[in-house]
Write a protein that binds this ligand. Structure first.
Ligand SMILES: [Ca+2]
Ligand SMILES: [Ca+2]
Ligand SMILES: [Ca+2]
Length: 351
């Protein structure tokens, strides 16, 4: 039996058993001299007896009564209790027809480690973590629990191994989180937008404007020549390990560089109506208009208008008869972000 880290390799080769018969074979936890091997060895004594928790080496003997080589590999290290192999009678499973003590055994060896960093340990394959990077010489002294009691078992052997411990920082697999701390919101007149970007880790940023490609960007990130209308900027931080924020920050705003549209002006030409209604249709692409955005002057004198934001219609009707003759209308509309449209038109009141 070879016990190594994460594996137990067991072999068996017997002769002189019943030819052409199936033989059950198990590793047991007592020596052959003690109860003929005792109970089955279990890797985990808290778990029931079962093939996966034991070492089985069944074979079918050949015509000469030989097993030929039987091998078994289990993906776990067998402890010190695996000490013998028992062969059962092919005709009576309760009867044991053979037992052999495992030899040479590694189960009765002792291991004393000096890890070279001032700490020690025991066991064939100890786990040890070095606190600091560096080069260490670890020393293991292997002895026998029977040292001094059994001939040939009283020697100890010492071996050294050089261990180089590198700076073992755990790799960064955590994505950074992005924040945008400044930048335009709502509707703005400027076709240039500047944003301040931040991340909870050091690294870089990538920006995507209006659904285009992701491009490297930095804080402050400035975008120029923006077109009229809605804008959408996405920003994601990328950390030094290349992890990207999977949930980019999204900022939306509107650029409005155009003055309101003023049309359907009236009245035009001449009218016999001494109380005509001055009217226009006024709307704006970028922002909602309200009455306060409209300034109407009749013959240079400011008058109060009505404005229906739902239908975009502006009206003003003279409360008293206008004088006969030509009148000048001047309408100034300034949208919410300061874009201005001025319209001037004339009409004549006739008798
Ligand atoms: Ca990270
Ligand atoms: Ca995020
Ligand atoms: Ca506008």
């Amino acid at each position: 039996m070879v016990r190594s880290r994460g594996e137990t390799y067991t072999t068996l080769d017997v002769t002189g058993v019943k030819p052409n018969a199936n033989h059950m074979v198990h590793v047991h936890e007592e020596t052959c001299a003690s109860n003929n091997g005792g109970a089955h060895f279990r890797f985990d004594e808290t778990q029931p007896f079962a093939e996966a928790n034991e070492i089985w080496l069944p074979f079918t003997a050949d015509a000469t009564g030989a097993s030929t080589l039987v091998e078994d590999t289990m993906p776990i290290r067998a402890g010190a209790k695996a000490v013998s192999i028992v062969i059962h009678d092919p005709d009576n499973g309760a009867k044991r027809i053979g037992c052999v003590d495992l030899a040479p055994s590694t189960a009765d060896l002792t291991y004393d480690w000096d890890f070279g960093d001032g700490t020690t340990g025991t066991g064939a394959d100890p786990d040890h973590t070095y606190a600091e990077p560096g080069t260490y010489t670890a020393t293991v002294t292997v002895g026998s629990v029977h040292a001094g009691h059994m001939p040939g078992h009283d020697a100890t052997t010492t071996a050294e191994v050089e261990i180089v411990v590198e700076d073992g920082e755990t790799p960064d697999t955590t994505a950074p989180q992005t924040t945008v701390t400044a930048g335009p919101t709502g509707t703005v007149r400027s076709t240039t937008a500047t944003f301040r970007l931040a991340s909870d880790e050091s690294g870089t940023f990538e920006c995507r404007l209006n659904g285009g490609a992701w491009r490297p960007c930095a804080s402050p990130a400035t975008f120029t020549n923006l077109r009229q209308g809605a804008q959408r900027l996405e920003v994601r931080a990328v950390d030094a390990a290349g992890n990207e924020d999977a949930t980019p920050v999204v900022r939306t705003w509107k650029v409005d560089t155009q003055g309101p549209v003023v049309k359907n002006l009236g009245p035009r030409g001449t009218t016999r109506d001494r109380t005509p209604t001055v009217r226009a249709v006024v709307r704006d692409q970028g922002s909602e208009l309200a009455r306060r955005h409209l300034t109407l002057r009749i013959d240079g004198k400011k008058v109060g208008v009505r404005y229906d934001a739902r239908t975009d219609r502006m009206t003003w009707t003279s409360g008293r008869a206008m004088s006969i003759g030509r009148h000048t209308v001047r309408l100034v509309v300034v949208d919410a972000v300061g874009n201005r449209t001025t319209k001037t038109w004339r009409f004549t009141v006739r008798r």
